[in-house]
Design a protein around this ligand. Structure first.
Ligand SMILES: [Zn+2]
Length: 236
C-alpha cells in the first residue's frame, strides 16, 4: 500500500511539473498566435501593428526585411522541445505579393536545390566586427515549390554581391509538403559561421543569434513582454 501511495505521489508530481513546464514554455507562443489571428482577419484594422520593408529601428544595423506583422519571435516554442531559430513576419496577403528585401549588404548564395530560400554571407558582423555571419530568408515559394525568389538569383547562385534593400523575392507559404502549407510569411534568421567559410545548420537555435540588437526590436521570446512589436524608425 505504501509503495502505491509513493508511486501515485511521484506520478502527480511529474504531471504537475510537466504542466508547469508546458505552461511556461508554450503559453507566450499561444498568446502570439491569438494576436496574429486577430491581425490576419483584417490587417487594415491595425495599421499601427504593421512593420514596413526597409525600415531601420533607431540605430540598428539591419533594415527590416519585409512588410507585415511580427507573428513569432526567436526562441518561441511551437511544440514541446521546439525552439524557433528566427522570426516570422506575416504579410497578410496572398503568396507572391509581399516583397522581401535584404536587411544588410553581403554576398548571396542559393543552393541548387533551394526553392524558397536564400542565404547572405556577411563577412564582418556589424555588432562583432571580424566575425562572419549569415542571414537566412525563407518560405519564398508556393506550396508546390514554385519560387517567388527574384530572377536575379536563380538556383545555384553563388556569392553574388547585394546591397541592403535589394529585392530578394516575395513571401510564400512553402514548407516542402504541398498538403500542409504554412501561413504566408518570411522566416528570417541570423546563422553562425562554421569556421570553414560555410554556415551552420539553421534548424538548431544554438547555431543562430538573437536578432533583437541587429533589428533594434525586442525579438527574444524569453524576454518579450507580449506586446505587439513595432518601431518608429524611418523607412527608406
Ligand atoms: Zn519561422
Amino acid at each position: 500500500m505504501d509503495k502505491r501511495w509513493l508511486i501515485a505521489v511521484i506520478c502527480i508530481g511529474a504531471l504537475a511539473g510537466l504542466g508547469v513546464y508546458l505552461y511556461l514554455n508554450l503559453r507566450p507562443t499561444f498568446g502570439r498566435t491569438a494576436r496574429l489571428r486577430m491581425w490576419l482577419r483584417d490587417p487594415s484594422a491595425h495599421p499601427e501593428w504593421t512593420m514596413h520593408a526597409g525600415t531601420r529601428c533607431g540605430t540598428a544595423p539591419f533594415l527590416f526585411p519585409t512588410d507585415g506583422f511580427i507573428g513569432y519571435l526567436w526562441d518561441d516554442s511551437f511544440r514541446l522541445g521546439h525552439r524557433h531559430q528566427g522570426i516570422d513576419i506575416f504579410g497578410g496577403t496572398e503568396v507572391g505579393k509581399t516583397p522581401v528585401v535584404a536587411a544588410y549588404p553581403g554576398t548571396l548564395t542559393r543552393l541548387p536545390t533551394w526553392k524558397s530560400a536564400v542565404i547572405v554571407r556577411v563577412a564582418s558582423d556589424p555588432l562583432q566586427p571580424g566575425r562572419q555571419i549569415w542571414l537566412y530568408y525563407t518560405h519564398m515559394a508556393d506550396p508546390n515549390g514554385n519560387s517567388f525568389i527574384s530572377p536575379d538569383f536563380p538556383p545555384g547562385t553563388t556569392e553574388k554581391d547585394i546591397d541592403a534593400g535589394t529585392l530578394l523575392g516575395y513571401q510564400g507559404d512553402y514548407t516542402g509538403d504541398p498538403a500542409s502549407p504554412t501561413g504566408v510569411h518570411l522566416h528570417f534568421s541570423i546563422v553562425l559561421d562554421n569556421g570553414q567559410g560555410g554556415f551552420r545548420n539553421e534548424l538548431d537555435i544554438n547555431n543562430t543569434l538573437d536578432p533583437s540588437p541587429y533589428l533594434g526590436l525586442p525579438l527574444n521570446a524569453r524576454t518579450s513582454d507580449g506586446e505587439v512589436i513595432t518601431c518608429t524608425g524611418v523607412g527608406l
